[in-house]
Ligand binder design. Structure first.
Ligand code: APR
Length: 308
C-alpha cells in the first residue's frame, strides 16, 4: 500500500516539500494549515500538475486533522518566521505554542507515525515535539544537519571547483551559531580536506556555513530558506520509506552518547524503516568534541526557557 505523509504548514517549506514528495511519488500527501483555503488551493494546484508531470499520488489540502489520520510520517514545518523587533526568545515561545498544538493533534491522529521536525529554533522544537507526542525517541527526528552539511559541501565544492557529489562533510551540534562542521571527516573523493585547502580558507567556509541560514534571510528579506530545507527532508523520507539505513546527520535524542544526556542534538544517525535505528558515535578531535559540548549547552539553554 502507498505510504501517507502529512505536512503541517502550507507555507514555503511545507508547500515545496509537498511538491518534492509528489514529484518523486514517495507517498500520498496531506497538507494541513490553520489558514483556510491556502492548503486546499495549493493541494489542488499540485494535484492538477499530476497529468503533466506523470504522477498519480493523492494530494489533499485541509484544516482538519481527521484528514491526516493514520499517516506513516508527519513533517512539522508550521511556525512563525522571526519578525523585526522579535527576540529569539519571543520566537521560541510563539513557535512552542504552534508545535505543541499541532503535534498534539497530529500524534493523536497518527499514533504510529515517524515525526520529522523542521520548525525553528529546531533543537528546542524537536524536543517539544518529542515530549508532546509521547512517541519513542527513534520516531522523532529533527532536520538540520543534512541542510547545514549541504551548505558546507556546496561552499567547499565551489571553492575547489569540483563536483559537489565528491564532497563529503558532516555538520553536527545545534542548528544555530554554535553548529559544528567537522573538518576531520571532510573529504573530497576520499582525500582529506586538509590536503586540498589551507586551514584559513576552510575556517572561512565554516564561518559562512554557520551563518548560512542568515545569509539567505538577509537576501530574501521576507522569509527564510525553503528549497534546500525541503530537499533535506525528502532525503530523510526516502531513507525511511526505502529502509536505506543511510548515515545522515540529524537531531536525535541523546542519552549519554557524545557525553550528552536528555537533549536533541545533531549527530550522525542510521535512518531506516524504524526511523533512527542507531546513533553513530564517531571519534572527534578534542576541539570538535569541545565545540559539540558548547553547542549542546546552547541548545540546553533554549530548552530550559520553554521547560520541556
Ligand atoms: N497549525 C498549522 N499551520 C500553522 C500554524 C498552526 N498552528 N501556525 C502557523 N501555521 C502556518 C502558517 O499559516 C504558514 O502557512 O505555517 C506556515 C509557515 O509558512 P511560512 O511562513 O512560509 O514559513 P516557512 O518558510 O515555510 O518556514 C516554516 O520552517 O525552516 C523553518 O524557520 C522556519 O520555523 C520556520 C518553518
Amino acid at each position: 500500500m502507498r505510504k501517507k505523509v502529512t505536512v503541517i504548514g502550507a507555507g514555503n517549506v511545507g508547500a515545496t516539500l509537498a511538491h518534492r514528495i509528489v514529484d518523486k511519488q514517495l507517498a500520498d500527501v496531506v497538507v494541513i494549515d490553520i489558514l483556510e483555503g491556502v492548503p486546499q488551493g495549493k493541494g489542488l494546484d499540485l494535484l492538477q500538475a499530476g497529468p503533466i508531470e506523470g504522477y498519480d499520488v493523492k494530494i489533499k489540502g485541509t484544516n482538519d486533522y481527521q484528514d491526516t489520520a493514520n499517516s506513516d510520517l508527519v513533517v512539522m514545518t508550521a511556525g512563525f518566521p522571526r519578525k523585526p523587533g522579535m527576540s529569539r526568545d519571543d520566537l521560541l515561545k510563539a513557535n512552542f505554542e504552534v508545535v505543541k498544538s499541532a503535534v498534539e493533534q497530529a500524534a493523536k491522529s497518527s499514533p504510529d507515525a515517524i515525526l520529522i521536525v523542521v520548525t525553528n529554533p529546531l533543537d528546542a522544537m524537536v524536543q517539544t515535539a518529542y515530549r508532546v507526542s509521547g512517541f519513542p525517541k527513534n520516531r522523532v527526528i529533527g532536520m538540520a544537519g543534512i541542510l547545514d552539511s549541504a551548505r558546507y559541501r556546496t561552499f567547499i565544492a565551489e571553492a575547489l571547483n569540483v563536483s559537489v557529489q565528491d564532497v563529503h562533510g558532516l555538520v553536527l551540534g545545534g542548528h544555530g551559531d554554535t553548529m559544528v562542521p567537522v573538518p576531520s571527516y571532510t573529504t573530497v573523493a576520499g582525500v582529506p580536506i586538509s590536503q586540498l585547502m589551507p586551514k584559513e580558507q576552510l575556517d572561512k567556509i565554516i564561518d559562512r556555513t554557520r551563518k548560512g541560514g542568515g545569509e539567505i534571510v538577509a537576501l530574501l528579506k521576507t522569509g527564510s530558506a525553503y528549497y534546500a530545507p525541503s530537499a533535506a527532508v525528502v532525503q530523510m523520507i526516502d531513507a525511511i520509506f526505502n529502509d536505506r539505513k543511510k548515515i545522515l546527520p540529524c537531531a536525535a535524542y541523546l542519552e549519554g552518547e557524545y557525553g550528552i544526556k536528555g537533549l536533541f542534538v545533531g549527530v550522525p544517525v542510521k535512518l531506516g524503516a524504524k526511523g533512527i535505528e542507531q546513533i553513530v558515535e564517531i571519534k572527534l578531535t578534542p576541539e570538535e568534541q569541545a565545540a559539540l559540548a558548547k553547542s549542546a549547552a546552547a541548545v540546553k539553554e533554549l530548552v530550559e526557557i520553554i521547560a520541556v
